[in-house]
Design a protein around this ligand. Structure first.
Ligand SMILES: *Cc1c(COP(=O)(O)O)cnc(C)c1O
Length: 411
């Protein structure tokens, strides 16, 4: 009989969203008239930019002709998209990249998980805590996690806690780490690092031969000047970091599926024999073997987000979500809650009042206000005592939810 990759058996079920769904369903059964507002899930709600819609229609017409038909495309993405990405996302920041350093994919989740394919099992992995669960779970599958302990942490993963106590600024790990995951602006906390703070991490990585996995899926939401959009804004970062980006939160592509990964040519890792190897070539080999590219239609749609019209439409939707975030933050603060994030990211990270746990706060908010968010503890041990509200909802739901929370907490 075939033997399974036992690492998969180490993973506990994904209880977070299942548990939330179960609690909401039970509540609705008991209170059939209640209108529950969901501000929990990290998915967008507004339609795609019109420019992308038109470009994708055009791409389909291309495929309908013999002359402009496209079959298999380059595994790394079409050059028209790679070049457009570099010109619009990097050159304005003073960053120069070659098209062979940009790998177009079907979304950032895939590559933040897949990147482990090209890295040895005995790397020590570090994460900030709380965190987007993919980084840890994919390393569990890859055999790098050790065992799950009673405190909710994996024995072989290094956690750097982020909470109000340290203003959500992670401290450099004291232990030896080979690979460090950073996500800024952060999901779930919505907080950011300044350029100087990120430079501390890059300098540390360069000095200690650490590979940084930088997830900047939310960079388009940055409003403050001193917050870097790309890790390559920091000198030397091309020697120590891979960057993951996505059109999902930027342009509503959560269902269309498109993102990209930047692997600079200068980025090296060590082979077992001590030789230095460029990660770019190894990642290219991996992609060519296991991935056949994002669809032509999708890539034309992604390209269109950078057109003049596309940029305006993208900006308008992001401004709309950030308008929600601003309202949420103001209203929650007005009833005495302490909030973080929501300024450079579409998430508001709420401190639970009166020492309540994340799940106690979840239950009370569901029962007293009929509003659903996400318990912070679901994103890691340091998320305990916090609660995530997403700004991706409709405005009227957002306003109604705030009104209900106010009425509940004023009691
Ligand atoms: C939503 C999200 C992504 C993007 O995922 P896609 O696969 O591109 O849809 C990546 N990282 C984080 C932290 C996210 O929240």
């Amino acid at each position: 009989m075939a033997k399974i990759n036992d690492n998969f058996l180490k993973l506990p079920g994904s209880y977070l969203f299942a548990n939330i769904a179960h609690k909401v369903t039970t509540y609705k059964e008991e209170h059939p008239d209640a209108k529950v507002i969901k501000l929990g899930i990290g998915d967008v709600t507004q339609p795609l930019p019109q420019a992308s819609i038109e470009a994708m229609h055009g791409a389909i017409e291309d495929l309908a002709t013999k002359e402009r038909f496209h079959g298999y495309g380059p595994e790394q993405g079409y050059k028209f998209l790679q070049d457009t990405i570099i010109k619009n996302d990097y050159n304005p920041l003073g960053i120069d990249l070659d098209s062979t350093e940009v790998f177009v994919n079907d979304g950032a989740k895939s590559d933040t998980g897949n990147i482990g394919d090209i890295l040895a099992v005995d790397n020590k992995v570090g994460v900030t805590d709380p965190i987007y669960p993919v980084y840890i779970d994919s390393n569990v599958m890859g055999g790098r996690s050790g065992d799950l302990q009673k405190n909710g942490m994996w024995s072989n993963i290094v956690y750097t806690p982020c909470s109000a106590d340290n203003h959500f600024i992670p401290q450099l790990p004291k232990e030896k780490v080979d690979i460090m995951y950073l996500c800024y602006p952060n999901n779930p906390t919505g907080t950011t690092l300044t350029k100087a703070q990120l430079k501390t991490w890059v300098d540390w990585a360069l000095a200690n031969d650490v590979l940084i996995m930088f997830d900047s899926a939310y960079e388009a939401y940055i409003t403050e000047k001193d917050v870097p959009h790309s890790i390559y804004e920091i000198e030397g970062a091309k020697k120590c970091a891979i960057e993951f980006r996505s059109f999902s939160k930027t342009a509503g592509f959560t269902g269309v599926r498109c993102g990209y990964t930047v692997v600079p040519k200068e980025l090296m890792a060590t082979a077992a024999n001590g030789e230095k190897v460029a990660l770019n070539g190894i990642w290219n080999r991996r992609q060519c073997t296991k991935f056949n590219g994002a669809s032509y239609i999708t890539q034309r749609g992604a390209e269109a987000t950078y057109s003049e019209a596309g940029k305006k439409q993208v900006r308008k939707t992001i401004d709309f979500y950030m308008g929600n975030a601003k309202i949420m933050k103001q209203e929650l603060e007005a009833v005495g809650l302490t909030t973080f994030g929501g300024v450079n990211a579409p998430y508001v990270w709420v401190k639970t009042p009166r020492g309540m746990t994340s799940w106690e706060f979840f239950d009370e908010m569901l029962h007293q206000a009929n509003v659903v968010g996400t318990p912070g503890a679901g994103f890691g041990p340091s998320g305990e005592g916090y609660y995530r509200l997403s700004a991706f909802g409709e405005r009227e739901n957002c306003l109604e939810a705030m009104e209900r929370i106010k009425n509940w907490l004023k009691k």
